[in-house]
Design a protein. Structure first.
Ligand code: RB5
Length: 148
């Protein structure tokens, strides 16, 4: 998979670790930074990752900030992006199976690296349950993006 990754200063270390894992697993990783603990504004990074997914340059996106909240708010403003903030594996699976989420947001100040990796693998490994009520609801989300 082509996976766009990004983080602010609070999440860059976790992002780097997860990105290395993804590369190791054979994914094509596009890293939008940041690359140090120097303070940056999370909206800018989140927007870059979300745009890459929305434009079809990446199949999925992964964004890490302190809580995952700010970046998920930003990513969900981009048309076509369904960003899910998940801090447990059940939500991560559901976010794929029911919501066809294409961006995963994590909070590096909320969970540790081992759980983050489990969440990421659960999210990547789960497929969307297409063809029924979930697809109808996800289609409705796309319609709403044109209405608001
Ligand atoms: C940065 O201090 C922090 O606000 C940011 O990483 C994130 O948690 C925002 O939602």
């Amino acid at each position: 998979m082509r996976i766009a990754v990004g983080a602010d200063h609070a999440g860059y270390q976790m992002k780097d670790e997860l990105a290395a894992y993804l590369v190791d697993q054979g994914h094509d990783v596009q890293d939008f930074g940041t690359f140090s603990a120097d303070s940056v504004d999370y909206p800018d990074v989140a927007l870059r990752v979300a745009r890459a997914v929305a434009l079809g340059e990446a199949d999925r996106g992964l964004i890490v900030c302190g809580t995952g909240i700010g970046t998920s708010i930003v990513a969900n403003k981009v048309r076509g992006v369904r960003a899910a903030l998940c801090h447990d594996t059940f939500s991560a699976r559901m976010a794929r199976q029911h919501n066809d989420s294409n961006v995963l947001c994590l909070g590096a100040r909320v969970i540790g690296p081992a759980l983050a990796l489990e969440i990421l693998t659960a999210w990547l490994g789960a497929g969307f349950e297409a063809g029924g009520r979930h697809e109808r609801r996800v289609r409705r989300i796309a319609e709403l993006e044109e209405e608001v």
